[in-house]
Design a binder for this molecule. Structure first.
Ligand SMILES: [Mn+2]
Length: 410
């Protein structure tokens, strides 16, 4: 019996601009991504894995900037780094004209991927054998454009040419695509496959990329036992919706004696965590009190200084209290804070306008918008009308309008 060991990491999105972070934080986050990849190489060496598996989206886009490319091309040039197998995804597809992958274009710039880095350059499945692991084959396929693909990479047709060597042999796959029924709301379906297709495939284990949240599929028999497929998720969180911990997977496979058995262990890579919290500002008598409520929500949830948080405020803002976003002390509490005020409503008694009928300009304005609101069913249109109503009333009552009923960040 042999034990094969791999480190699976994907969706690093190196070179991401991080425009949603404040300008002085973007470089830090890009540096976090690079540290994560360096850590992958270190962990791979320390754990003695047979290969690093990267099922797609190592880069954020096809023509990565020079600094990102220089880093990536050197990241694996570390003594003792095991073979690295890369299956380009929809963000960093392979083509002859790709500045990330094309050997010809890289050579023209006087560089190349190291010998031990293998890039799958065909959209058809092809295999790579590992010298240190006789009897094992790692299969991969690549994206060739960044358009969404409806091709089914695990259909019987796509897998026709793959014939397992023997029942105790090991066939692994690197697959960038979408497990049906599991697509996060912020992502697109591309290269779709069903759980049934994954279970029926000739692969003992499928290292999947594309989804930024980690998920796994247990084997229901067939070619292997244990875990049949898993997504490591993004190596570091790419946006504020990617909650929780992010990292790689240590994949261990017993094979060669009986049917392969697969176990995985999560390896945390992101030094920051992403949180989404709620806080009620009802009764807060000043902006500082609102900040303290947000601060308490952060404390209660155990948010660290290095972390990122979205805090959704709810409740009714006391009349006359202005809140135009977090103050300096609160901003300094975390790496990134976004305060969402869309759930906040001011303390205006709207029924009064409808009861007494319009007599002043303010009344006529309020009644006109309230009537529109009553007739509107679309939630987005309702939200716009509501904001317009409250901003208008602010203008009449407080003689000023500050952004309060929208989203606010650092
Ligand atoms: Mn992708």
């Amino acid at each position: 019996m042999a034990v094969a060991r791999f480190l699976q990491v994907s969706d690093l999105h190196l070179g991401r601009p991080f425009g949603w972070l404040s300008a002085d934080r973007r470089a830090d986050r890009r540096s976090d991504q690079r540290r994560a990849l360096e850590r992958v190489v270190r962990e791979a060496i320390e754990r003695g894995v047979h290969a690093i598996l990267i099922p797609g989206d190592l880069f954020d886009e096809e023509g990565a900037d020079a600094e990102t490319m220089a880093f990536a091309l050197h990241a694996f040039r570390v003594a003792g780094c095991p073979p690295v197998l890369i299956a380009p995804g929809n963000h960093d597809p392979y083509s002859e004209s790709s500045h990330n992958w094309s050997p010809r274009l890289l050579k023209a710039r006087g560089t190349t991927w190291p010998e031990h880095v293998h890039v799958f350059t065909s959209p058809e499945w092809s295999a790579k054998e590992l010298d240190a692991l006789p009897g094992a084959r790692v299969w991969g396929r690549c994206f060739t454009s960044n358009g969404l693909s409806s091709e089914r990479p695990l259909s019987a047709e796509a897998l026709r040419s793959i014939v397992p060597v023997d029942a105790s042999g090991l066939d692994l796959a690197l697959l960038h695509g979408s497990r049906e029924g599991q697509c996060p709301p912020s992502q697109n379906v591309t290269a779709p496959f069903s759980d049934a297709e994954a279970q029926a495939s000739p692969f003992s284990y499928i290292a999947a990329g594309h989804y930024h949240a980690g998920t796994r599929l247990a084997s229901s028999g067939g070619r292997s036992g244990g875990v049949r497929l898993s997504y490591a998720g993004s190596a570091v969180a790419i946006d504020a919706t990617e909650l929780g911990a992010h990292g790689a997977l240590d994949v261990r496979v017993e094979f060669g004696f009986r049917q392969p058995f697969v176990e995985i262990e999560f390896v945390e890579l992101d030094r920051r965590k992403v949180f989404e919290l709620a806080a009620d500002l009802s009764g807060a008598s000043s902006g500082e009190v609102v900040d303290r409520r947000v601060m308490k929500a952060l404390d209660d949830a155990g948010v660290g200084e290095a972390d990122l948080a979205t805090v959704r405020l709810t409740g009714r803002l006391v009349r006359g209290v202005r809140y135009s976003g977090p103050g300096a002390e609160l901003k300094a509490r975390v790496f990134h804070l976004r305060v969402d005020l869309r759930g906040v409503r001011p303390d205006y008694d709207l029924d009064v306008y409808l009861e007494k009928g319009p007599t002043t300009t303010e009344d006529r304005f309020a009644c006109a918008l309230l009537e529109k609101l009553v007739g509107e069913r679309d939630p987005e249109q309702r939200a716009i009308l509501e904001s317009a109503l409250y901003y208008g009333l602010d203008a009449f009552r407080l003689r000023e309008v500050v952004p309060s009923y929208d989203e606010m960040g650092e």
